[in-house]
Design a protein around this ligand. Structure first.
Ligand SMILES: CC(=O)N[C@H]1[C@@H](OP(=O)(O)OP(=O)(O)OC[C@H]2O[C@@H](n3ccc(=O)[nH]c3=O)[C@H](O)[C@@H]2O)O[C@H](CO)[C@@H](O)[C@@H]1O[C@H](C)C(=O)N[C@@H](C)C(=O)N[C@H](CCC(=O)O)C(=O)O
Ligand SMILES: Nc1ncnc2c1ncn2[C@@H]1O[C@H](COP(=O)(O)OP(=O)(O)OP(=O)(O)O)[C@@H](O)[C@H]1O
Ligand SMILES: N[C@H](CCC[C@H](N)C(=O)O)C(=O)O
Ligand SMILES: [Mg+2]
Length: 484
């Protein structure tokens, strides 16, 4: 595409070099620059993209988008802008020819339940359409799955993938929209048809500083939609967003259990292998049976079913489809083993998720609950003592360990968790090494107990410093069990 066209609507401060050149690709990472590309220099949290201009030019960049004044080189076009991320979002939309307007884009936001809800919506829609998705675990473009680096990637990556989805024949894209993305311009210039809200509880205060900023970030999604928004009305923030959405032109709906809602679940029965509830719509009631566990998944499946009903899919047909719904990897996932030790892996890494997890597990556990968990380094420190307190109050035995310490000291993180623990009650242990923590849990396990390994879910790594080591809770647990 001609550079001039790529730059349409971008607020430019200065240009040096021709604009009538043909640009074949765009990247914000010099290491992936190909011949005749545009390189976008992002000042990151770790390094500054402006320091990689020479590298990008060596690899074939012909246009460079900068925020800072730089030394110009011959035969290269430089464009200086005020805000690189905002400009990148416009450029991405132009370069990939406004893909979000050519696909039915569904955005799901909230503290917990995004990956699960996205997966459930995708599974229901997939019966008659190709459906792409973007989220914490993977990006699916209708043909290939790639492992995600972020829950919601940069605008350039989103637009590139939406464009691939369209080329691969996808009618829908269901994606997780993180609060980081909504603040860091990753979803600017992306038009959503539908917005889905799960819940809001404490997380990411390291980034947002306070809960109001976090809430305002989440709410942005519901002003970007063109077709309808749907909110969890039992959640305090969900109710607030619902009321605000009613003031707009967008159709607004609710789902929930406790309060009156457009889509309400009642007579909930939680069995050891499935969940049943009555789905009450404004017109009719249907009995739903889903092979998914956990009370919180009533909310996630209800959000998914309601969204699909609003998309026009026949309700009876949806009820048939959810009979075969598959759970999401690393969410309440059982570790199958021949030793008959009850172990599950779950991705709970917020106070609310941890509480819901243990409460849900209690319903299908006869013995004690042994909970292994830690807290991520370089993330919200204030959630650590709260998670400690919740663990001690709800599990029978808590084993506090490490979970992606990143650049923090593992012991410092554990000490933060211990601030929430009552040292006079001896129902907790500290085992710094995660593998040793799993060993310890298996050692103290008695028949009918349940070991919950929380926090990493699908993750198959442990991040220490800037290194990622292989670590998969499920595989490690199996290996330990195989040896006993
Ligand atoms: C703290 C943070 O948000 N970091 C994000 C940020 O990385 P960064 O600022 O460290 O990037 P950097 O390494 O300094 O690089 C700066 C620039 O130089 C470029 N570069 C670098 C090296 C080189 O040789 N050449 C080159 O061009 C890089 O490509 C980049 O454009 O930009 C990267 C590219 O978009 C992100 O992948 C990365 O997310 C990291 C992995 C992360 O952990 N982010 C978390 C906090 C996050 O965003 N989480 C949310 C919510 C999660 C949830 O609740 O589900 C998410 O949406 O994932
Ligand atoms: N509706 C819900 N309410 C409360 N907790 C939930 C809910 N759904 C899932 N959880 C808990 O949160 C964990 C993460 O679920 P999921 O991956 O679906 O959320 P997410 O919002 O995508 O998280 P992330 O922000 O890390 O991507 C689950 O393993 C479970 O413990
Ligand atoms: N998407 C979340 C995942 C947290 C998972 C937990 N294992 C951790 O590392 O804190 C984050 O990046 O904050
Ligand atoms: Mg997710």
């Amino acid at each position: 595409m001609e550079l001039l066209k790529i730059l349409q609507s971008v607020e430019i401060l200065a240009i040096n070099g021709p604009l009538d050149i043909d640009i074949q690709d765009i990247s914000y990472d010099s290491r992936t620059i190909k011949n005749n590309s545009m390189f976008i220099c992002i000042k990151g949290y770790t390094v500054d993209g402006h320091d990689y201009i020479d590298d990008a030019i060596k690899r074939g960049a012909k246009a460079i988008l900068v925020e800072k004044k730089v030394v110009y080189k011959k035969d290269i076009t430089y464009i200086r802008v005020e805000d690189i991320k905002k400009s990148m979002a416009i450029i991405a939309d132009n370069f990939f020819k406004n893909p979000s307007q050519k696909i039915n884009l569904i955005g799901v936001t909230g503290t917990n339940g995004k990956t699960s809800t996205v997966s459930f919506i995708r599974q229901i829609l997939e019966y008659d359409n190709k459906v792409g998705s973007i989220g914490t675990i993977e990006i699916y473009d209708g043909q290939k799955k790639i492992t995600s680096k972020n829950t919601t990637p940069e605008s350039l990556d989103i637009q590139r993938n939406l464009s691939k989805m369209i080329n691969n024949g996808c009618k829908y894209c269901v994606m997780e929209v993180s609060s980081h993305a909504l603040v860091l311009n990753r979803v600017d210039n992306i038009d959503y048809k539908i917005g889905v809200f799960t819940n809001l509880t404490q997380d990411h205060l390291d980034f947002h500083k306070n809960i109001d900023n976090y809430k305002n970030a989440k709410q942005k999604l519901f002003y970007k939609t063109s077709s309808f928004n749907i909110f969890n009305i039992d959640d305090k923030t969900g109710e607030e967003f619902f009321k605000n959405s009613l003031k707009t032109d967008i159709k607004t709906y609710t789902y929930g259990i406790e309060k009156e809602a457009d889509f309400r679940a009642s007579d909930i029965k939680l069995y050891h292998d499935r969940t049943e509830y009555t789905l009450n719509t404004n017109k009719e009631s249907y009995r739903v049976s889903i092979p998914i566990l956990g009370y919180f998944n009533v909310y996630n499946t209800l959000a998914a079913i309601s969204t699909c009903i609003l998309l026009g899919i026949d309700c009876e047909e949806i009820i048939k489809r959810v009979l075969n719904l598959k759970s999401v990897p690393g969410r309440l996932e059982r570790v199958e083993n021949e030793k008959h030790v009850n172990i599950i892996v779950d991705y709970a890494h917020t106070p609310d998720a941890l509480l819901n997890l243990v409460e849900s597990a209690r319903l299908f556990t006869k013995g004690r609950i042994i909970l292994i968990f830690g807290c991520g380094g370089d993330r919200d420190k204030t959630k650590r003592p709260i998670m400690g307190k919740i663990a001690q109050a709800n599990a029978d035995i808590s084993i506090i360990t490490s979970d992606n310490p990143r650049f923090e000291n593992e012991i410092d993180i554990i000490n933060d968790i211990l601030k929430g623990i009552d040292k006079n009650i001896s129902n907790y242990l500290v085992v710094k090494d995660r593998e040793d923590a799993i060993k310890k849990a298996i050692e103290i396990y008695q028949k009918e107990d349940l070991i919950i390994i929380a926090g990493k879910g699908h993750e198959d790594y442990q991040i220490k410093g800037n290194k990622k080591y292989f670590f998969d809770d499920k595989k490690i647990a199996k290996e330990i069990l195989d040896k006993i």
